[in-house]
Write a protein that binds this ligand. Structure first.
Ligand code: HAM
Length: 426
């Protein structure tokens, strides 16, 4: 019996007309990323599960609920990568980039996997464009500003409308330690005011209480931190954050300080940010990122506990939704070859081969049909020229070259056809 299969939940087929949008987006993104000195890195789509547990934190939603583990042989526990940062850091360490350069700037484009409940803008297989700047020389506010400037440059170039950049600082690793102990103490006093989720998680990851959407939790957070106030950070961390903000202002990059923004992944320190855009519905974060000084050390890459690194990732599906671009027309062809009789199909096929080998995009109908039907195929293929082989042309060693836009037609010697088309196209 025949069996029909459907897409797995939370995945999407990217069909040819939409692939063109992806290609255009990736092409302009690559150009901009390279102009900021970032180089492409491609890591496997699955890694050791421990890499993500260690990096993102066992209390993060991604590790707790969303890792898609593979049934692998042997003792290895492997999972599909839920994000790019941990994998890039793993690769950075494995290939000793710190011995080769003081600052390594990487970008990546590719699929990520999270076992989430699918909805608009939230998939189980989605794609990210991300950057990571890692190295002993990377703990500098100007680099934070560069990364943010790059993110905003990309958004503008990709036509994303209504974007808002929200930034905050979590302070250094030491600050995070002090602040979380202090917050736990404060929230313990107000435990009854917190929602059930926060009551359960404030012992394990107190920072998550800060961005809880529940109104009672929001009020409690304001009561604890003070109206409009952020986390109580050390003088050094406060200065670092102020320097980042000054650099952004100098570059005329609009931003909002969001004192309760904490992000859901454990590795963040100092600057964290989120960028929202219009038209995305409830999943309105088009991208996010931050500094993660300490992860290189955590993963065994450096003795320095504050080894610097910063990055961000955009969700490509959300970028496309936010830029509101509809699927493109059929990709245009330079030429469509038409054989007016089945007997000329072989010559037409040879001509097609010559055109393609000379860089002219071309196609033909492999099934012999009427001139009218082949012309309509040329039209549908969005071809610039139709190359017609009829009895007279075959006899004379010529081809009829029809300009599909102008409607004009001329006879060209077969041996000159490539040069003629190349000239007309240029
Ligand atoms: P993230 O906030 O988990 O951060 O994801 C970044 C972006 O990926 C989100 O803002 C969203 O656009 C997209 N995204 C995430 N999950 C989904 C999903 N299920 N469906 C569709 N899009 C999604 C990270 O992944 C960090 N690694 C970013 C980073 C890089 N931080 C430092 N360097």
């Amino acid at each position: 019996m025949n069996q029909k299969f459907s897409l797995p939940r939370g995945t999407a087929d990217i069909l040819p007309d939409t692939v063109l949008l992806w290609e255009t987006l990736e092409k302009s993104a690559r150009q901009i990323l390279k102009s900021y000195g970032y180089r492409e890195i491609r890591t496997p789509i699955y890694e050791d599960t421990g890499l993500f547990k260690r990096s993102l934190g066992s209390t993060s939603d991604v590790v707790n609920k969303q890792l898609l583990e593979l049934a692998a042989s042997g003792d290895d526990s492997l999972c599909l990568r839920p994000e790019g940062t941990a994998a890039v850091v793993r690769s950075y360490i494995e290939h000793s980039f710190d011995k080769k350069e003081t600052l390594s700037k990487f970008f990546y484009i590719g699929p990520m996997f999270r076992g989430e409940r699918p909805q608009k803008g939230r998939l189980r297989q989605f794609h990210q464009i991300g950057v990571e700047a890692i190295g002993p020389d990377s703990a500098l506010p100007l680099l934070d500003a560069e990364v943010l400037a790059l993110a905003m440059h990309l958004l503008n170039a990709l036509g994303v409308k209504g974007s808002r950049l929200k930034i905050n600082s979590l302070g250094s690793k030491e600050d995070k330690g002090h602040v979380s102990a202090w917050l736990r103490g404060e929230f313990a006093k107000q435990k009854d005011e917190l929602c059930e989720d926060c009551q359960n998680r404030f012992e394990r990851n107190v920072f998550r209480v800060l961005d809880c959407k529940n109104e009672r939790c929001k009020k409690t957070v304001v009561k604890v931190l003070g109206e409009g106030k952020g986390l109580p950070l050390s003088e050094d961390s406060t200065k670092y954050f102020n320097d980042v903000k000054t650099a952004l202002t100098d570059l005329n990059i609009p931003f909002e300080t969001a004192p309760h923004l904490v992000r859901g992944l454990d590795y963040y320190t100092h600057t964290v940010f989120e960028i929202t855009a219009e038209g995305l519905g409830s999943q309105d974060a088009v991208g996010a990122g931050g500094r993660y000084s300490g992860l290189v050390h955590e993963l065994g890459g450096s003795a320095k506990t504050d080894f610097g690194a910063i990055g961000f990732a955009f969700g490509i599906e959300r970028l496309l939704l936010a830029s509101g671009q509809a699927a493109c027309d059929v990709q245009p062809l330079d030429a469509f070859v038409i054989a007016m009789d089945e007997a000329y199909q072989a010559q037409a096929f040879k001509l097609l081969d010559t055109l393609r080998k000379n860089g002219i995009s071309a196609d033909m109908s492999f099934k012999s049909s009427s001139m009218k039907s082949q012309m309509s195929k040329a039209d549908k293929a969005n071809a610039r020229f139709a190359l017609i082989l009829g009895e007279q042309e075959i006899k004379d060693g010529t081809v009829a070259l029809k300009d599909m836009k102008a409607g004009t037609q001329e006879i060209v010697l077969l041996k000159d056809i490539v040069i003629k088309i190349v000239k007309k196209l240029s």
